[in-house]
Design a protein around this ligand. Structure first.
Ligand code: MLT
Ligand code: ZN
Length: 459
């Protein structure tokens, strides 16, 4: 395929075909997937995106949307001679509507840039996760991003008030136009959120901000038994509107400590840790937290704990959880990102523990996750004596067992990382044949030529 004709509507220097660009833009964080793009393009306007889609339809070439490339399911990977459409040059914050507390952005705006923009206005963009420094809003919307504050603020779905999209037919639509109430039929905005670029491109979004929490305070607890994790959750949830409730294991903590040089956060070392964030609006709040801490201690659910006394201490405690991905990345972790409804988490954790112990006796497993919203991240680290292929093969075998289990719990094979390529073979464990048939039919309407990120989510 000759991509030279792309320069009819996109300047020469925004069409790249060199190996270095392919290596950088051809994939996301799922680094083990082989890539094979034919070009990387960097549109600057919606008009250019429309021309690109029309060109792709005529030339029968597939397009892969690309944001900050922090995805973990291969959804932004070009392995089949596609053109990667990077949105990094569509990165302007266009307009702040003070009355509605909404901001209009282009898809390439970095998550942290938007968080800081909201902060400057005395407000909060509440979607937050460790890759905030490089992930982009368009990618967040395309995967319905979650993160550490879902337990209070929900997923990004809740904060997108309006979307401009270019469909796989090259048609532009303004979806919902930031109406709070809109009972005029199907909400196509919500359909595009989480569609992983399979229906069209997100070219603009309006995002709502909210009031920031008051004096957020972080608590870290050492938990001796798995069983204690959700008991502590329940006790805190009854009293507080939690900002975050996360767990990680001692294995995860040790990797972070080695990576960052941080010391032990608590005197007692236990197999599990829970990190909680609450608003600390008055003495009463901290007193209530201490009461729950003491009764949890009496019940044996926890054996040690600490409360942050400053923003710096909060950040240090959060690093124990947030730096896990980076601290383990050298071991080529095989990632699972699963969820069950919250009430089923205690039983689910015990069950996953059994599967991991019996199926991965020789592999190191690192667990952590947004357990307050039923989302567990299970990372299997590659032993040095196995090749990547051998390792992935073993993990796939265990996936079958793990996902059978997920299905029996009515859970999801992907809580927040998306289906992309890596979870595609397992979609049927979460979605019924009828659902998958309807999803394919919906794609065919928006993308009749199958040029929009084909092969992602389903074939
Ligand atoms: C996280 O919660 O830290 C992210 O989902 C990243 C990961 O799972 O590695
Ligand atoms: Zn996560």
């Amino acid at each position: 395929m000759n991509v030279d004709s792309l320069t009819q509507f996109i300047e020469n220097d925004r069409v790249k075909t060199d190996a270095e660009s392919f290596e950088t833009y051809g994939k996301d964080w799922t680094k083990h997937i082989a890539i094979n793009p034919i070009a990387i393009v960097f549109p600057k306007t919606t008009k250019e995106v429309i021309s690109l889609v029309n060109w792709a339809r005529q030339n029968k070439v597939a397009l892969v949307p690309s944001g900050g490339r922090t995805g973990l399911s291969g959804a932004a990977t070009a392995s089949n001679r596609e053109i990667v459409v990077s949105f990094e040059k569509m990165n302007r914050i266009l307009n702040f509507n003070e009355f509605d507390q909404c901001v209009t952005v282009e898809p390439g705006v970095i998550t942290e840039t938007l968080q800081n923009y909201a902060k400057d206005k005395g407000l909060l963009f509440p979607v937050d996760f460790a890759s905030r420094g490089s992930s982009q809003i368009g990618g967040n919307i395309a995967t319905n991003a979650g993160g550490i504050n879902v337990v209070r603020y929900g997923l990004i779905r809740q904060w997108v008030t309006s979307l401009e999209v270019v469909t796989g037919e090259g048609k532009v639509m303004q979806l919902n136009k930031s109406l709070v109430k809109n009972a005029s039929g199907y909400d196509l905005r919500q359909l595009f959120i989480g569609s992983e670029g399979t229906l069209g491109f997100i070219t603009q979004a309006e995002i709502a901000f909210t009031r920031p929490p008051e004096n957020p305070t972080v608590l870290l607890f050492a938990v001796p038994e798995l069983d204690g994790v959700m008991k502590i959750y329940h006790a805190f949830k009854k009293r507080f509107s939690l900002l975050a409730f996360e767990m990680f294991t001692d294995v995860a903590k040790n990797y972070v400590m080695r990576h960052t040089g941080q010391g032990e956060p608590l005197e007692e070392s236990t197999p599990y840790y829970v990190i909680i964030e609450i608003d600390n609006t008055s003495e009463t709040e901290i007193e209530a937290a201490m009461e729950i801490f003491e009764s949890s201690m009496e019940n044996g659910w926890l054996v040690d704990g600490t409360v942050s006394q400053s923003a710096q201490q909060s950040q240090d405690l959060w690093r124990l959880r947030e730096d896990i991905t980076e601290a383990t990345s050298a071991w080529e972790p095989y990632k699972n990102d699963v969820s069950v409804r919250i009430s089923k988490v205690p039983e689910f954790l015990t069950s996953v523990d059994q599967v991991l112990k019996s199926e991965y006796p020789d592999f190191e497993t690192v667990w952590f996750g947004h357990i307050g919203d039923g989302n567990l991240h299970i990372n299997i680290l590659k032993p040095a004596n196995l090749t990547s292929e051998e390792f992935i093969k073993s993990c796939h075998r265990v996936d079958e067992i793990l996902f059978e289990k997920i299905e029996s719990f009515g859970g999801s094979v992907s809580a927040e990382h998306g289906v992309g390529l890596t979870k595609k073979p397992y979609l049927h464990h979460t979605r019924s044949p009828e659902e998958i048939t309807y999803m394919k039919a919906i794609k065919a309407i928006f993308d009749p030529d199958g040029i929009m990120n084909p092969g992602k989510i389903f074939d």
